[in-house]
Design a protein. Structure first.
Length: 317
């Protein structure tokens, strides 16, 4: 397909042979443009005290021994308390009847019990708590419900929590308007991916590894492959350009038309933004107070260490 000027980045219009390359090029460009926000998400996670999701950073005691760490983390305490307060109620779908007989009431009750069991099986409430915590820390929490392996014996509905650091959206395309495209960047084991898409085995073998600059670490396993899943909303009610694509750098693994007018993701924002898509992090709001508290505690620690048991030395004689 011949693309006019400005359309060379429209991966959803590209031919199948070029779609994966254009998708990765566009996502890399957006990641470069939004690197400051990705760094802010990392800093907010560090303020909360959780770096376990980064390979090589889990052993924080090696950098700052436990005996030397500031023990009073107000941000972590306040975040955990807020998560517990917000998620103490468990919303649930309920089937009700209007003017039904006893049989209808029984069916409605059993349908509600079925939904409760499905929520429990999909671990919805625990994942919801994680999404709320992500929203408080990073400004955005994300959940996704999807149908796994449709048509097979293991066909069922699952729910996953998307870490905000792997969610990519172009801020310039989300000012005062609904964004038209969004992406999720993942690291997936190469052998597992080959089993999912055996006809793409050669392409997966040649696919690129996760890029250090986008994952903020140089500790990467050689058997990991970077996978990008992208959605583009249709241009209008009758638009035919909506797409849902999953790809590695060398090939498209899955591609389908997408005709919904919203992304298949549920977003949680603690503070809605004045403009744009991403919410404001409550942790970043509290960072200044935490820094001042750290300064006072550090001075107190040093004073106690140096002057807790004062001694006076006098020369003999």
């Amino acid at each position: 397909m011949s693309l006019e000027y400005g359309q060379d980045r429209w991966w959803w219009l590209a031919d199948d042979d070029d779609k994966a390359d254009k998708l990765f090029t566009e996502v890399d460009r957006i990641s470069e443009d939004t690197i400051d926000r990705a760094q802010a998400v990392l800093e907010a996670s560090a303020l909360y005290g959780d770096l376990a999701y980064l390979p090589g950073y889990a052993g924080i005691e090696r950098v700052l021994p436990m005996s030397r760490r500031i023990s009073h983390n107000v941000i972590a305490t306040a975040t955990d308390a807020l998560v517990a307060e917000v998620t103490q109620t468990k919303p649930r779908p309920m089937a009700i009847t209007i003017g039904g007989d006893y049989t209808d009431h029984v069916r409605a009750r059993k349908l509600t019990e079925y939904w409760d069991a499905k929520f429990q099986d999909a671990n919805v409430y625990e994942l919801g708590r994680q999404a709320v915590r992500d929203a408080i820390i990073s400004g955005l929490g994300i959940l996704r419900a999807y149908r796994a392996r449709p048509g097979s014996e293991s066909d069922r509905v699952l729910v996953e929590r998307i870490w905000p650091g792997s969610f990519i959206i172009d801020d310039r395309g989300a000012i005062d308007v609904i964004p038209r495209s969004c992406y999720i960047r993942r690291q997936i084991d190469r052998s597992y991916l080959e089993n999912l898409y055996p006809d793409k085995e050669e392409d997966i073998q040649r696919a690129r590894h996760p890029q250090e600059k986008f994952w903020f670490t140089n500790v990467m396993r050689d058997d990991l492959v970077e996978v990008i899943e992208g959605w583009h909303l249709p241009s209008g009610p009758d638009g035919k350009d909506g797409k849902h694509t999953i790809a590695v750098s060398t090939a498209v693994l899955f591609d389908e038309d997408y005709d919904d007018d919203e992304f298949p993701l549920a977003f949680v924002r603690p503070v809605p933004p004045q403009r744009g898509f991403w919410g404001e992090s409550i942790v970043k709001r509290a960072a200044t107070a935490q820094f001042e508290l750290n300064k006072l505690l550090r001075r107190g620690q040093e004073s106690m260490h140096l002057h807790a048991v004062p001694r006076v030395f006098v020369n003999r004689g």
